[in-house]
Design a protein around this ligand. Sequence first.
Ligand code: GLU
Ligand code: MG
Length: 452
Amino acid sequence: MAVTLDREALAGTARAAAVGLAALDVRVVALTWVDNAGVTRAKAIPLDRLAGAAAWGVGMSTVHDVFLVDDSITESEHIGGPVGDLRLHPDLDALTVLAAQPGWAWAPVDRWTQNGEAYVADQRQFAKRAVERAKDAGITMRMAFEIEWYLGNEDGTPAAAGPAYGMTRLIEVSQYAQDVLTALTAQGVPVEQFHPEYAGGQFEISVSHTDPVGAADMVVLVRETIRAVSLAHGWRASFAPVPVAGKVGNGLHLHFSAWSGDGNLFSGGLGPYGMTGRGESILAGILERMPALIGLTAPSVSSRLRRVPQRWAGAYQCWGLENREAALRFIAGVKGAGPGAANAELKCCDASANPYLVVGAVAAVAAASAFAELRLPAEYQLDPSTLDGFTRPPLLPTGVEEALTALAGDEVLCDALGKELLNAHIAVHRAEAELFATRTDDEIAEAVRWKY
Ligand code: GLU
Ligand code: MG
């Protein structure tokens, strides 16, 4: 059934929301979407335009779908050039007052055509469709992203010198850390933990799982909040796959579980570590399709710099219980913690990915695999790099082109994305590969450091 806009109802809801926001001294609303290069783009409106924007949208060119990370523009078979306009419609359910930007609120947008149709190449609506299709097939997904970032100075040097996971590093950024957590909590983000990560100046926040589109929205909100607090402290935040070449990078690991009614399909069954048949089949589908999936989850040139063995970055196409070197890590949960704890972590995912494409792709593969009775291959219970060439699992494609070719050949993902979105996404990452073809790793890292 085609989705339609009820303009009158949207305007009414927005008017009521605006009254509440005005009472909180909000003057401006930022409207964001994430493009195919993984960059969060935005338009802002004065608060008194919110009702108009909800009902009629805010204008925006179609060309943003072929923007590259350096803001140069390519073109694809269906999208490109200066002609054409879309309407950005804020999702009022996600409207949030920004605690780190006084006077501002934020909402993610869905993009519609001027004829009042859902735009075919809109990433957020692709995610919604994929999640709905999975639900129609009896599979409900829960998801959460882990957000890693590098806190640095303008010149790229780290903001803190303390050791990996070290209390010293937390003390160095004590007020900053408190400000990040206070802002996120005020915005209703369910933070589970915050820690100093492995690489110099690196930090991580984990949040609770929610519905897939909500998880992607949360990535945008958390990242922009961290960015704002970092700038207020005189630092900059980089979510780039590799902020400093040659060092451990930033992941954007996706935790997910699949449910049927009240039952977690990764728990209470007779398969490996209690997976049900459908749960195992979903994970087998994800594992098998990983070379194509990374065309969406780790699609850029800098993704290749990050996905290096022995950096816990999901370089190998294999799975294992609690194996941090496997691209698919299974987490059975603490004994006695209940069936909700079991989940899987997709580690071959970084911030050059569009989070809406990631959640939609995983939901599409889950729906296509759940009833296919696929079985997982043997798991790996050690570091694959320590094995010889005969027993080592395959490395995921390291070239951008290999991953994009695998994506273009994957029927399930192509069908879910639709040709307009697929072609634009592929065109962007091919053009980026060309853009960076002759650059060194250092130059690539520096060029994109503050873009994601
Ligand atoms: N920073 C690592 C990455 O690039 C992940 C470390 C971890 O497992 O949390 O994915
Ligand atoms: Mg981490």
